[in-house]
Design a protein around this ligand. Structure first.
Ligand SMILES: CC(C)(COP(=O)(O)OP(=O)(O)OC[C@H]1O[C@@H](n2cnc3c(N)ncnc32)[C@H](O)[C@@H]1OP(=O)(O)O)[C@@H](O)C(=O)NCCC(=O)NCCS
Length: 166
C-alpha cells in the first residue's frame, strides 16, 4: 500500500471511496463526497492523501485549515474514508499517521468531529471548552501538538456547509 498526495485523475475514485465508506455510517449525511469536491474546488484541502494499492484508490483523508475560537492554525481532518472491503487492515491508521506527521510541521494541532472509540488511538481527546454547535461534546476532538489547549468553537471551512461564522 502506498500513501501519497492526490493527483488530478484521482478525483472520481476518491468520490467513489468516500461515498461507499460513508454509506454504512448511521450518522453520515450523504454529502461527504460533495464536501471533498467543494474543498477541492475552493483550493482548501491542505492535505488530500490517498491510499493506493495495485493502482486503485482504497482510502482517502482530507484536511483543511480551521479556526478554534480566535485561533487560526488548526488542521481539521475529515472526511476519512476506507473502502469497505479493505477496512480493519490498517489503511485508516496509515492515512492518519501520514496526515499527523505532515500537520505537525505546519499546525498547532489537529481537530476533528468523529467517533472517540476510533480516534482515541491516535491521541485525540475531548477538551472541556472545545465545541461545535449542534454536535455532542464527546465527538468534538483535538490533538494539540504543543502545550496550549484548544478553546472555543471549531470553525470548519464553509465547504462543510455547517453554516458557521467563517
Ligand atoms: C473509520 C475508518 C476510516 C477506519 O479505517 P480502517 O482502515 O478500517 O481502520 P484501521 O484498520 O486503521 O483500524 C485501526 C484500529 O481501529 C479500530 N477501528 C476501526 N474502525 C473503528 C470504528 N469505527 N470504531 C472503533 N474502532 C475502530 C480497528 O478495530 C483497529 O483496532 P486494532 O488496532 O485494535 O485492531 C473506516 O472504517 C471507514 O471508512 N469507516 C466509515 C467512514 C468513517 O467512519 N469515517 C470516519 C468519520 S469521517
Amino acid at each position: 500500500m502506498l500513501i501519497r498526495d492526490e493527483i488530478p485523475s484521482d478525483a472520481p475514485a476518491i468520490g467513489r471511496v468516500v461515498t461507499e465508506a460513508m454509506r454504512l455510517l448511521p450518522q453520515a449525511t450523504g454529502t461527504e463526497a460533495a464536501i471533498v469536491e467543494r474543498l477541492r474546488a475552493a483550493g482548501a484541502m491542505t492535505l488530500s492523501l490517498v491510499a493506493e494499492e495495485d493502482g486503485a484508490v482504497i482510502g482517502h483523508l482530507a484536511a483543511s485549515d480551521a479556526r478554534v475560537g480566535e485561533e487560526d492554525g488548526w488542521g481539521l481532518i475529515g472526511p476519512l474514508a476506507v473502502t469497505p472491503p479493505r477496512r480493519l487492515q490498517g489503511v485508516g491508521s496509515a492515512l492518519m499517521a501520514e496526515a499527523l506527521r505532515r500537520l505537525r510541521k505546519t499546525c498547532r494541532g489537529a481537530v476533528l468531529v468523529g467517533d472517540p472509540g476510533y480516534y482515541r488511538r491516535f491521541g485525540f481527546r475531548t477538551f472541556p471548552r472545545l465545541t461545535v454547535e449542534g454536535c455532542p461534546p464527546e465527538v468534538v476532538l483535538a490533538l494539540p501538538f504543543g502545550a496550549a489547549e484548544p478553546v472555543g468553537e471549531m470553525i470548519h471551512h464553509p465547504a462543510f456547509g455547517l453554516d458557521q461564522e467563517a
